[in-house]
Design a protein around this ligand. Structure first.
Ligand code: TNX
Length: 766
């Protein structure tokens, strides 16, 4: 009896531990955890049918991973008491990529219809084991799992044109994708900044188009263009041999590579190699950054030899890539060069086309004919809908979901990849304290909450949505560590969106399971974002009173904050519920888990309580609907903007800001100021001057001061500046602020000659 008790005491913690662990991401369709665990040791053998080559590949992957984690070389098909069984056998319900996993103390079996299913079963087991070699026993909790994906297109995209990433980095990307059961790698091989795929018939595409003058030390939008005579030293390309190897590497992990050969725009690199491909036919170099002045980036759509060139290129691409889909780009084509080109205009006439949109559509349809003749299908960005969709094209919806909805209603296949939340080049926290990004904000939770089937589609139409994809454009990403940071952990959230049944999604559960994955990233030296821990300070302004609500996406977390500008820690005030702000202050807040401050930089928000708060603001010309911030009252809501211009600012494009605030009754005031932001890269410039006026009747206004801006529009850091008037106390009811635009973007700016933006966050009246 005593023995039994001792045995139980020893075994119980093990059994309990086994029962509580599941580290699956994505969460399987069904998991039933049982008592006990299967331990991989010298008593363990792998059993499988050696005649089946498909199984052999999966077994090899499994046993080499176990070897690297433990040092064991698992024997195969011999007699041992504990068995790991891999079987391909026809199994209902789990489809092409599903698996059934059954773990008892004596056996672990994975059964699937295909090698893909076996591989995913293996990935699920590996997620229960340590990420690197440790002295821990390799122990898997007993369980029954049935699992298969919700969507068949579970994609990740990578732009290797703006920055070239070596084959090793590409393989690492593929490994990460495979771990999380993603199955399509969209390889963006062509763009203005570099042509990255060897094409035997046109060697200059990579010899010339693959290299640019190195301006990597500057952020994308600030890079000067290459000057004649400068050496093109930055870049690289993949040889066809390397590409074949990467395709095979990915295929072994059930990942299909969809190559993107961008056209008819975004091809300054191809034109650098062969200037005759453009309308102007003038020599140029590949783009160093985002400055398009005097650069040709479109193919000439009126020149038949361009179509011939593209057919030859695509023929080589199709020979290399077995993918059913070939991505032909199609996005962001500036039609201006076509309007000025005699050949393009002649083509429009000859083909009876209405305009340049139809010329783009004609272009894509011509290419589609060729791709279809080669027994493949085209896929393009949602602009390919404009001017008429090619008959069998699939659409990748990136400018929101509208393009995807339209295409699905027309019974075309669709991949959802809306900028929000699928653009992983956008910020995931901050932007304070985060590496410089292109803009936007796609937090971990926003990715997790994404639903790829839009409500506007009925069940029949919804079937055309094959899945979704995370896109990683690399204008601002120049290293492998930064690349990891942008996809980890957002890709994990997306994997659960795409694989798990919608009913199984659970944000808190995901947070819990995520912990073992981030521990693994730490152990493997993978760089990942902790942005999920950033406190979100939400403000509500209503009838003159301001309320603050704070939350963090992180599970099991508390928030501590200060109101005096000092850095918060666990000794600061604990946040419990929303509260009112009645005096000007700056709130700084951090997330704390288990006594540890998680945020790298506190979140902060400034409040100014002044005489104009909650008063009515009238604009002479309305603010842009792109920047509604907190509604009509934004410039008098007491909430200051931060470096994130997407929040708390009203934006004015090419127009002056003329705002009148009615204080409701006579008030004694002696200063007015307005807060503005300059963000050169985002085309946002300070006003050239701000004039402040007051009035007692709202009809006759008197100037109380004008401040002229002395900071040049070419100043490229992102910064805030207040414009101010201090004057002798006076009693007034109306305040008018006139901020004058600088006009067009300055010389040398990517938007030179086009209207700039002006942004303001608050008019402070005291
Ligand atoms: C738009 S998404 C682009 C890319 C940029 C990206 C930056 C798409 C089809 N075109 O060329 O890299 O935005 O987020």
């Amino acid at each position: 009896m005593k023995k039994v008790v001792i045995a139980l005491v020893v075994l119980l913690p093990l059994m309990m531990k086994a029962q509580s662990i599941t580290n699956f991401i994505p969460q399987p369709v069904s998991v039933e955890i049982k008592t006990g665990s299967f331990i991989i040791d010298e008593q363990t053998v792998i059993q499988f049918n050696e005649q089946q080559k498909e199984i052999k590949a999966a077994v090899d992957f499994f046993s080499s991973t176990i070897k690297s984690l433990s040092g064991f070389s698992l024997p195969k098909n011999t007699a041992k008491p504990k068995k790991i069984i891999f079987k391909i056998q026809s199994t209902q319900e789990i489809g092409n990529e599903g698996y059934q996993l059954s773990v008892t103390p004596f056996s672990l079996s994975i059964i699937a219809n295909t090698k893909a299913g076996l591989l995913y079963g293996i990935q699920s087991i590996l997620q229960q084991l340590p990420a690197i070699r440790t002295n821990a026993v390799l122990e898997i909790p007993c369980m029954e799992v049935k699992d298969y994906p919700r969507f068949k297109w579970r994609g990740m995209h990578l732009d290797v044109s703006r920055h070239f990433f070596s084959p090793e980095v590409i393989k690492e990307y593929i490994d990460l994708m495979a771990t999380y059961k993603m199955n399509v790698f969209h390889w963006h091989l062509v763009d203005d900044g570099g042509w990255r795929i060897e094409i035997k018939k046109y060697p200059l595409l990579t010899q010339v188009g693959g290299w640019r003058v190195d301006k990597t030390n500057l952020p994308w939008g600030q890079r000067p263009q290459a000057q004649p005579g400068e050496q093109a030293t930055y870049g690289g390309f993949y040889t066809q041999e390397q590409i074949k190897e990467i395709i095979a590497y990915a295929a072994a992990k059930n990942i299909t590579i969809v190559p993107e050969i961008e056209m008819p725009g975004h091809v300054a690199s191809a034109i650098a190699a062969y200037p005759a491909l453009s309308c102007k036919q003038v020599p140029q170099l590949p783009l160093t950054g985002g400055n398009y002045n005097n650069i040709s980036s479109n193919y000439c759509a009126g020149n038949d030899s361009v179509y011939q060139f593209l057919q030859n290129v695509l023929a080589e691409v199709i020979d290399l890539f077995p993918s059913a889909y070939i991505h032909i780009g199609g996005d962001e084509v500036d039609k201006d060069p076509w309007k000025k080109c005699a050949r393009c205009q002649a083509k429009i006439k000859a083909k009876g086309l209405k305009n340049e949109e139809e010329l783009q559509s004609y272009f894509i349809k011509e290419i589609e004919k060729f791709v279809i003749a080669k027994k493949r299908k085209i896929i393009g960005w949602d602009e390919i809908l404009e001017g008429g969709l090619a008959p069998s094209a699939a659409v990748m919806s990136w400018r929101g979901e509208a393009g995807g909805v339209e295409a699905a209603k027309m019974h075309h296949e669709v991949i959802m990849s809306p900028g929000n939340p699928c653009y992983f080049d956008n910020y995931q926290a901050g932007p304070e304290g985060e590496p410089l990004a292109i803009g936007g904000m796609n937090t971990l939770k926003s990715v997790y909450d994404y639903e790829p089937i839009p409500k506007d589609l009925n069940t029949e139409e919804a079937k055309y949505v094959l899945g979704a994809q995370g896109n990683l454009w690399t204008e601002f990403i120049t290293t492998a560590a930064h690349l990891e940071y942008m996809i980890l952990p957002r890709m994990l959230a997306l994997s659960e969106v795409l694989w798990s049944p919608a009913a199984n999604k659970n944000w808190l559960g995901f947070n819990e399971r995520l912990k073992s994955h981030t521990r693994g990233f730490d152990q493997k030296g993978l760089n990942y974002s902790k942005g999920n821990f950033k406190v979100n300070i939400k403000t509500i302004s209503e009838k003159g009173s301001l309320q603050v609500d704070m939350f963090t996406e992180a599970d099991n977390a508390t928030i501590y904050y200060t109101t005096d500008g000092s850095t918060p820690d666990i000794g600061s005030t604990l946040y419990t519920k929303p509260f009112y702000i009645t005096s000007s202050q700056i709130i700084k807040a951090v997330t704390v888990i288990n006594g540890l401050v998680m945020s790298t930089k506190p979140a902060e928000q400034t409040f100014v309580i002044h005489k104009g708060v909650a008063k009515n603001v009238q604009y002479q010309t309305p603010y842009s609907t792109y920047y509604p911030a907190n509604g009509a009252n934004t410039l008098a809501d007491g909430i200051k903007g931060t470096l994130d211009h997407g929040k708390n600012y009203h934006g004015f494009n090419g127009k002056d800001l003329v705002a009148t605030i009615d204080l409701g009754n006579s008030q004694t005031i002696s200063s007015i100021n307005i807060g503005c932001i300059q963000s050169y890269r985002s085309w946002i410039f300070l006003p050239q001057s701000v004039k402040f006026e007051v009035s007692t009747d709202g009809l006759t206004f008197t100037e109380v001061g004008t401040e002229t801006n002395s900071i040049p529009a070419t100043e490229q850091s992102v910064f805030l500046k207040s414009f101010k008037a201090n004057f002798k106390e006076q009693s007034v009811r109306f305040v008018r602020v006139i901020a004058k635009q600088i006009g067009n973007c300055p010389k040398g700016h990517p938007g030179e000659g086009k209207a700039g933006w002006m942004f303001a966050d608050e008019i402070v009246i005291q």
